[in-house]
Write a protein that binds this ligand. Structure first.
Ligand code: 3PY
Ligand code: MG
Length: 260
């Protein structure tokens, strides 16, 4: 089993980020930051299928596992990113046990699933297909997102699906779907997150969540959440650049002395 999958399953604290900038330089900078993994966001950023392989390659240079959030449930998209060498997939908007089972089928080779065999980068372009087949089911992380009212209602059935490693909560979509947006909806959203967390933990699986800042990661990890996607490369770039400009402008107050 890969360290990444073992750490997910054993609920070690893992902190990663979304990669939304479609360039290997951004991946290298992110990978060198100390993150435990990164998640290339094909769902919500303008990253093309062809580019994903180069981004995974850049993460591999730094030995940082790169998973990919696929745009939807299509088995072809899941196969494409795994063939490119992704360390796992994050499948968004899973609302029923049937959708969760479909994600397992698309991700795992027989007998667990029906993933097709191909000569992609993951299988050394066809030279190591038997080696890859022997280890892929044990190495690849399958994470699914629960982020709808329907998913919340079906959480016990979803969490019971064999072959899922981790259930990842999308608080943005969940807040919209259950009518718990903004500060007024905070208690309702937190209660939904706690319900999902408790149900998934009692089914023996790991729980993950997106957080825009590190502020409440300690509190959510005390509630049993172990896998955190913290903001994204674009969010970190924007926030630290804005903070740097503010500091620079504050220190520019010394210019007044020259103007006199
Ligand atoms: C959400 O908050 O909806 C997400 O998908 C976070 O990744
Ligand atoms: Mg979402």
């Amino acid at each position: 089993m890969s360290d990444f999958r073992r750490n997910c399953i054993e609920r070690k604290l893992l902190v990663g980020t979304f990669a939304a900038i479609p360039h290997p330089v951004a991946i290298e900078v992110t990978a060198a930051s100390g993150v435990d993994f990164l998640c290339i966001d094909w769902e919500h950023s303008q990253i093309s299928r062809e580019r994903i392989e180069d981004l995974i390659r850049a993460a591999d240079v730094h030995h940082v596992p790169a998973m990919v959030r696929v745009p939807g449930h299509a088995a072809e998209d899941i196969a494409a990113v795994l063939d490119a060498g992704a360390a796992g997939v994050l499948v968004p908007r899973v609302s029923t046990a049937e959708q969760a089972r479909a994600a397992v089928k698309a991700t795992r080779y027989p007998p667990l699933g029906v993933r097709g065999v191909g000569p992609g980068r993951a299988a050394a372009y066809g030279y190591r297909i038997p080696d890859y087949l022997a280890k892929a089911n044990a190495e690849l992380v399958l994470a699914i997102q629960v982020e709808t009212a329907e998913g919340l209602a079906n959480i016990a059935d979803i969490a019971a699906v064999e072959g899922i490693d981790l259930i990842f909560i999308g608080p943005g979509d969940l807040s919209v779907s259950i009518g718990a947006m903004g500060p007024a909806g905070k208690d309702k959203l937190d209660a939904a997150i706690r319900t999902i967390t408790k149900t998934v933990l009692s089914a023996g699986r790991a729980v993950g969540i997106f957080r825009p800042t590190p502020d409440d990661i300690a509190a959510w990890s005390q509630a049993g959440i172990s896998f955190f996607i913290l903001a994204s490369d674009t969010m970190f770039l924007g926030a630290s650049m804005a903070a740097g400009v503010i500091d620079a402008k504050k220190s520019g107050g010394g210019l007044e002395a020259w103007e006199k």
